[in-house]
Structures are given as structure tokens and as C-alpha cells.
Design a protein around this ligand. Structure first.
Ligand SMILES: Cc1cc2nc3c(=O)[nH]c(=O)nc-3n(C[C@H](O)[C@H](O)[C@H](O)COP(=O)(O)OP(=O)(O)OC[C@H]3O[C@@H](n4cnc5c(N)ncnc54)[C@H](O)[C@@H]3O)c2cc1C
Length: 491
């Protein structure tokens, strides 16, 4: 341990043992190599890898929350990860118990950690890995004001940090969740109107429920109500736009699910390679199980990468009062006014706001910008894997041009056709990483990369698995060519 590490460790030990994590007084000089804005999951995954891949760099994290994990601190009580726990979190610490669910909609698939488990996990990583390393200083309950300054939300004290290397802005994507978002429509005071978080506090049964929002949060609200014995005919579901969805069966990171997981990747490449138009592509993607939807008669216009199990889909399909009249503009005591019409309502119904869009900033920007790093997704649907690999690239490559070349931003999808741009960039990044032996090797040891390990460990004598790998390989180049053609059409 060098002298910088020793003094940071001393400070952190002092904080932990004497006054908790949030005192500022023991630091006489605030200086760091990397200043991290935000202490959410993205920041945690980035810092974890930076700690592993550098020997001496000092890191200082500033976050408004009282503990790490970002939006998980305000998430609804019954929230769960949308993906298996085994490849979520930070690379160095396991989140999964390695078990499959035996009950509930996810039965038969790998467990999905609860929000409480995710929070406890990040707290553990901070207390047992980051702070004891002697290289991390952590300032919760603090707002970063810019220009190296931050203010304690408890004392108002302003601190300044000298940053020797880079500022990492992990807040760029601006995750929004129901508890911290303002709906963009008006609601009469007499109307019972709650964010999804408040569902668990209901003590007087209403006549029924109106779930507002067609995204993953709205689906979670519907599934939770049905799971808690609310009859489907007491639920109205306002769906402004239908979404294409991903089947959770295709995200299972084990050899046992090779056919559905790696097979799904082969099916994506094959569907693209064989499609002769964009509508034909979506038809093939659905036929091949890559995408699914709640209502097979309605062509979705939205794609946010939401993931569901077949059982959740069946539950959602049992709701017959689905209102497709665009977005809500106003809720009065008697009606809900939408873009394309209105429906009756009453003060005897509970209206549940699920209209927050998880990611509100879809504008992409280069990740490496001189003395700033702005983590974004470089593999589809995987913000934490992305943050971890970005930290690895930061530690081992030199110029911004080289680093950005390896980390092209995979745009977050919004419209259905964004799927095309997303796959194209994902494939280009994967190709670039494969050109570097060091990256290939590192990916195999990264817990957040479930996919590379699955491929590497596939039994060479298993004809089914080898057939899937061959389908993937055979279709990569034709798919790449076709994606370029479709992107030209779209632009
Ligand atoms: C319900 C839900 C389920 C999800 N499930 C999955 C999943 O299964 N798999 C997956 O990969 N992704 C999932 N996601 C996506 C999810 O957004 C990411 O996994 C991740 O948690 C986002 O973390 P973040 O650090 O980027 O953002 P945030 O969690 O928003 O963290 C940002 C932090 O920065 C702080 N901050 C902002 N501005 C400042 C400032 N000026 N000063 C100080 N601090 C500041 C905020 O307070 C916050 O603590 C899910 C998202 C939601 C909403």
C-alpha cells in the first residue's frame, strides 16, 4: 500500500468507526485521480473494474443518495431485476445465489434479485470492497455542483476536489422512476392517484384499478395486482403505445439454456440476413422468438428492451380492458381524457402512475471526452457490463480516438426500428473487441459478461450447440450488410 492509499484508508476507517460514512471533517485535502458523479449501479460497476485494473488510482464518489445503488433506493417495493442476477452488479462480487426460481412467474429460470437485495448488495460492495481498498472516498448525501465542487445536503457545506485525471459522469442517462417523476398531465384532487410505489400501502379495497403506462413498470403493476388475486376485469390498462418485448427465456446464462440464449443470437443474425424488408424483419424476429408482444393483432411502435416471461405475458393477456387512445392528457372526477378520446372514470378507482420513462436522455455523446468520461451502453441492454468494460478500456488504452473506437455507444431504443441501429452497433463493438486478445481474455473472466463464457464453454462435440454457433458465424456478415441497408432506408 502506498502513502496515498494509506491516508485514504485511514480516513475511511475513521469515518466508518466513528461517525458513519458521511462526515466531511476528517478530510483536510480533497484530491483524487477520478471523480465519479453519482453512486448508482453504473458508477459502482465502473469503479469496481477501475480498482481491479489500476494499482494506485484514487477514486472519489459523490452521490445524492444515502447509500449506493442510485434509483434502486427509491424503487417500488416489489421491483425485481429484469434480468438474471448472475450478470448484474459489479464484476468482482456475486449477486446471484446460483438458484432457479421454483415458484412465481419466473419459475424454472434463474432468480431475479429483489430491489432490497440489490440495495444490500451495493452497500456491501461499498463497505467491504471499495472503502477498505484505501483508494475510494465516498460522499453520500451530497450534490455535485460542477467545477469540482459539491455540497452536503445535510450541512450545506461546500467542498472542492482537485481532480488529477478525469471526471466520470454516471448521471448522463438520467434514469427516471415513478417515485421521483412528475406526470405530464393534470389530475383532479379528488381522484385517488398514486405512483406504483404506493400500491403496497392500500388498505381500503377500491372498486378497481386503472394502470397508466404501457411500459415495463405498467406491466409490473398489472402482474403484481393479478398475482395478488385482483380479478382481471377490475383492472383497466392504459397503453399509449404497444411494445415489442424480449423473452426472459433468451437471457438465461447457463449451458442448459444454450439453445434459447445463444440460439436467440443466431436467430437474430439469421432473421436479419434473410429479411427482404423492415416489416419482413420484424415478422421473422417474432416467428423466431427474438421479439414477442402482448397483443398479436397490434403492431408495436415502441421498443425499450423490456423483458418478460411467458407466464407474465399470459397474465397480461388476461386483462381485457386495455385502452389504446394515446397518452393521458387529463384526469377529471368523471373521465380520463386521452389524445384520441376519453373514457369514464370515478373516485372509486385507484389510478396508478406508471408513466416514468426509465431513461430520459436518449441523446448519445462520445464516452471519452478528454478529461471527462460519460458511461453509456456499449452492449445492448447491459449498462453495467458496459460501465465495467469502459473502465477496463480506460485503464489499458491510451488515446480517446482508440478508446471511443472500442466503445461506440449502442443507442438506447425507443421506437421499434431502433432495434436495427442497436444490433448494428452492438455487432460492430463485439467485432472490435474480438480483434484484441487482451479484451477477449478479460471478457471471459468478467462476471457481467454471461454471453462470452457460454460460447467459450460450449461442448465441442455437441452437434446441437456447434450447429447454433455455425448458424451465428454464417450469418454475421450477411446480417451486417443487411443492417447497413436497413439503416440507410430508415435515415
Ligand atoms: C425498475 C427497473 C429495473 C431495471 N432492471 C434492470 C436489469 O435487470 N438489468 C439492467 O441491466 N438494467 C436494469 N435497469 C436499468 C437500470 O437503470 C440500471 O441497471 C442501473 O440501475 C442504472 O444505474 P445508473 O447508475 O446509471 O443510474 P441511477 O440509478 O439513476 O444512479 C445515478 C445516481 O446519481 C445521483 N446523482 C444524479 N445527479 C447527481 C448530482 N448532481 N450530484 C450527486 N449525485 C447525483 C442520483 O441521485 C443517483 O444516485 C432497470 C431499471 C429500472 C428502473
Amino acid at each position: 500500500m502506498n502513502s496515498k492509499q494509506a491516508s485514504a484508508l485511514l480516513c475511511n476507517n475513521f469515518l466508518l468507526s466513528n461517525i458513519g460514512l458521511n462526515s466531511l471533517n476528517s478530510f483536510t485535502l480533497l484530491e483524487t485521480d477520478y471523480l465519479i458523479i453519482g453512486g448508482g449501479a453504473t458508477a459502482m460497476a465502473f469503479v469496481d473494474t477501475l480498482l481491479s485494473e489500476t494499482e494506485e488510482d484514487q477514486i472519489l464518489i459523490i452521490d445524492r443518495n444515502h447509500q449506493p445503488g442510485g434509483h434502486w433506493n427509491q424503487a417500488y417495493p416489489f421491483v425485481r431485476l429484469h434480468q438474471p442476477s448472475s450478470f448484474y452488479g459489479v464484476s468482482s462480487a456475486e449477486l446471484s445465489k446460483g438458484i432457479k426460481d421454483q415458484v412465481g412467474f419466473n419459475a424454472g429460470f434463474f432468480e431475479l434479485a429483489s430491489g432490497a437485495a440489490v440495495k444490500a448488495y451495493f452497500d456491501d460492495v461499498m463497505r467491504h470492497r471499495f472503502l477498505p481498498s484505501g483508494r475510494v472516498q465516498y460522499f453520500p448525501m451530497s450534490n455535485y455542483d460542477g467545477e469540482g465542487k459539491f455540497t452536503s445536503l445535510l450541512t450545506g457545506e461546500v467542498q472542492e476536489v482537485r481532480v488529477n485525471k478525469k471526471v466520470v459522469d454516471s448521471t448522463y442517462l438520467q434514469t427516471r422512476i415513478p417515485a421521483t417523476h412528475e406526470p405530464n398531465f393534470t389530475v383532479a384532487e379528488e381522484i385517488p392517484f398514486i405512483p406504483i410505489n404506493e400500491l403496497v400501502n392500500i388498505s381500503e379495497p377500491p372498486e378497481g384499478f386503472v394502470v397508466i403506462g404501457g411500459g415495463k413498470t405498467g406491466m409490473d403493476a398489472c402482474v403484481w395486482l393479478l398475482d395478488n388475486q385482483v380479478p382481471a376485469d377490475r383492472i383497466s390498462w392504459i397503453v399509449p403505445r404497444d411494445s415489442w418485448l424480449l423473452d426472459r427465456k433468451t437471457t438465461q446464462p447457463s449451458q442448459e439454456f444454450f439453445e434459447s440464449t445463444v440460439g436467440n443470437m443466431a436467430a437474430q443474425f439469421e432473421s436479419v440476413a434473410q429479411a427482404d424488408s423492415i416489416p419482413d424483419l420484424f415478422k421473422r424476429l417474432e416467428e423466431n422468438g427474438v421479439l414477442t408482444r402482448v397483443d398479436q393483432d397490434i403492431r408495436p411502435k415502441m421498443f425499450h428492451g423490456a423483458t418478460v416471461c411467458q407466464k407474465e405475458l399470459d397474465m397480461l393477456r388476461s386483462i381485457k380492458k386495455v385502452i389504446r387512445l394515446g397518452r393521458v392528457k387529463e384526469i377529471t372526477t368523471e373521465q380520463i381524457v386521452l389524445d384520441e378520446g376519453s373514457i369514464p372514470t370515478s373516485t372509486n378507482l385507484i389510478h396508478i402512475d406508471c408513466t416514468a420513462s426509465a431513461i430520459s436522455n436518449l441523446e448519445i455523446t462520445p464516452i471519452f471526452q478528454g478529461d471527462r468520461i460519460i458511461p453509456q451502453t456499449i452492449r445492448s441492454y447491459q449498462p453495467l457490463f458496459s460501465a465495467s468494460l469502459i473502465a477496463y478500456i480506460e485503464a489499458h488504452f491510451t488515446t480517446d480516438a482508440e478508446k471511443n473506437g472500442l466503445c461506440q455507444v449502442v443507442p438506447l431504443p425507443n421506437h421499434d426500428t431502433d432495434w436495427i441501429r442497436m444490433l448494428a452497433t452492438f455487432m460492430m463493438n463485439q467485432y472490435s473487441w474480438n480483434q484484441h486478445r487482451s479484451i477477449r481474455k478479460w471478457l471471459l473472466g468478467n462476471r457481467l459478461d454471461g454471453f462470452s463464457q457460454l460460447l467459450a464453454e460450449a461442448d465441442r462435440h455437441d452437434p446441437v450447440k456447434q450447429g447454433i454457433i455455425k448458424r451465428m458465424r454464417d450469418n454475421i456478415m450477411p446480417a451486417m450488410v443487411k443492417l447497413q441497408q436497413f439503416m440507410k432506408e430508415l435515415s
